[in-house]
Design a protein around this ligand. Structure first.
Ligand code: ME8
Length: 477
């Protein structure tokens, strides 16, 4: 029997600034999959939250002249509010400053000590506070007299201090073996290939503690060391399930999918599985890295001040409209470019013209001519060459696509069906037909409304508001 549990996570976001469209994107992808899995009858656990430690957050709080915990409280609240605005179906919102998380992180650290995978040494190298990441010399370039990371463009500082290390190098072959045996552990395949060549090129031990600042989880037995924020952050996925006590929710962990942006793939696909291997814990099932959004061709960045506020977009265009655009505009896994013009086009042509008008016209017509009562008894055997016939295969088609992370194609299929209903309506012209043949008109309307029923059901994970409205109008539970 198939496993009945399903666990899906978003990255936990840094509350260093207000949430923006990129954050909303990861969360919406995870929400659609979570809702779809629920519809399939699985017991779903969906986690999101905020990643609150590290020098980046400490500095941001200092810049704002705020106590760092109060600063996190304030911004984390905005991320939590966004889960409501986005109507996310998450079961938990985790904050890494919570007590439960300290307990869980300490347990992992102690396990790594016990397995002999942590040792004390001295780190000297480049570190980017903005990326909370270490870089090798060959990843650094000079721009306007400043050292920056070649991949992210963020400034780097030279760091030299005592540090604990994780023996990442010892896991190179085990990781490669895992990728080989689990072909869809990292998706899309192009990202998998990137990770494999990165790991093949050789892994160095990872510095996992710092002594030069205070905002983080102290190493219990050597408290002037603060754990590296990524070691702390990744463990959140276990904390939420009750770790170290996994008794109640272990089955979720076995079915875990991490949805992340491509920027944090190395942490999830290399560091995290190695940590889990060292701690003798099972690995997540899959890691899916989606692409990156730009704003009218420009990278979204704090310095450019061009982050798109999802609240504003939703207030102006609506939540379903925003969800639809993000999904339909780019193939999941690829990069996309945001512009209000593109959003307006999508919303007008697909949602309003293709979908909204069809439903409104037919329902109005039904009320005017049939007092809102479905006039005909549908016989599904008489549906040869009828667009409805295909609709009964739509669920399994969309299901396959979603299980393959082809969310854009999934929604595409639904809108192809909506177009075929539009064509059917145009060709059968119920508004003319009613003058000569009320019975046949009733049959056509019934068929169209049956089509709406199918659409209303299958659109639920994608467009929760519009689908609810449609199903409520049709009086379908
Ligand atoms: O990296 N396009 O947090 P973060 C698409 N705390 N997605 C984007 C995006 C964009 N322009 N900008 C951000 C962190 N994202 C860590 C994660 S997980 C244990 C710790 C999304 O606040 C995307 O999912 O910088 C990316 O991976 C994430 O936000 C980074 O959020």
């Amino acid at each position: 029997m198939a496993n009945k549990n399903f666990y899906i996570t978003t990255p936990i976001y840094y509350p260093s600034g207000n949430p923006h469209m990129g954050h909303a994107y990861s969360s919406i992808i995870a929400d659609i999959i979570a809702r779809f899995k629920k519809m399939e009858g699985l017991s779903v656990y969906f986690l999101t939250g905020t990643d609150e430690h590290g020098l980046k957050i400490q500095r941001e709080a200092e810049k704002n002249k705020k106590d760092v915990k109060l600063f996190c409280d304030e911004i984390s609240k905005k991320f939590e509010e966004l889960t409501k605005t986005l109507n996310l179906s998450n079961n938990d919102f985790i904050r890494t400053t919570e007590k439960r998380h300290f307990k869980s992180v300490n347990e992992i650290w102690n396990r790594l000590i016990k397995s002999g995978d942590i040792y004390l040494g001295k780190y000297s190298g480049w570190y980017s506070v903005s990326d909370e990441a270490y870089y090798d010399e060959d990843e650094i370039i000079e721009k306007n007299g400043k050292k920056i990371s070649q991949t992210s463009g963020s400034a780097v500082d030279w760091v030299e201090e005592e540090s604990y290390f994780f023996k990442l190098s010892a896991f190179q072959n085990k990781l490669l073996d895992h990728y080989k045996k689990n072909k869809d552990f990292i998706l899309p395949q192009s990202r998998r290939n990137e990770v494999i060549s990165f790991v093949k090129s050789g892994l160095k031990d990872l510095s996992i503690s710092r002594t030069s600042f205070k905002w983080g989880i102290n190493v219990e037995k050597n408290s002037n060391h603060i754990m590296y924020v990524w070691i702390d952050a990744l463990v959140n996925y276990l904390t939420s399930l009750g770790y170290p006590d996994l008794k109640k929710k272990k089955e979720y962990w076995d079915e875990c999918i991490h949805i992340i942006g491509k920027d944090i793939l190395k942490f999830h696909a290399v560091y995290w599985p190695a940590m889990l291997m060292a701690a003798n814990l099972p690995l997540p099932r899959r890691i899916f890295a989606h692409g990156w959004w730009t704003n009218e061709g420009k990278k979204i960045s704090k310095s450019l001040g061009n982050a798109i506020d999802p609240n504003k977009i939703i207030n102006t265009y609506g939540l379903d409209q925003f969800r639809y655009f993000l999904l339909r505009e780019v193939t999941l896994g690829q990069d996309g470019d945001f512009s209000e013009k593109a959003l307006k086009n999508r919303v007008n042509s697909d949602l309003s013209n293709n979908f909204g008008n069809l439903v409104q016209r037919i329902i109005k017509f039904l009320f005017k001519n049939f007092e809102g009562v479905i006039p005909f008894q549908l016989d599904s055997n008489s549906l040869n060459n009828h667009p409805l016939k295909d609709s009964y295969f739509l669920f399994s088609k969309v299901e396959k696509l979603i299980n393959n992370f082809e969310l854009s194609k999934g929604i595409d299929e639904i809108f192809i069906f909506i177009s075929s209903l539009n064509k059917f309506m145009d060709e059968s012209e119920p508004w003319n037909m009613i003058k000569s043949d009320k019975e046949l008109t009733g049959k056509i309307l019934t068929e169209l409304i049956e089509g709406f029923r199918v659409i209303g059901i299958i659109l639920q994970p994608f467009l929760p508001i519009a689908s609810k409205l449609l199903l409520d109008t049709l009086n379908i539970d």
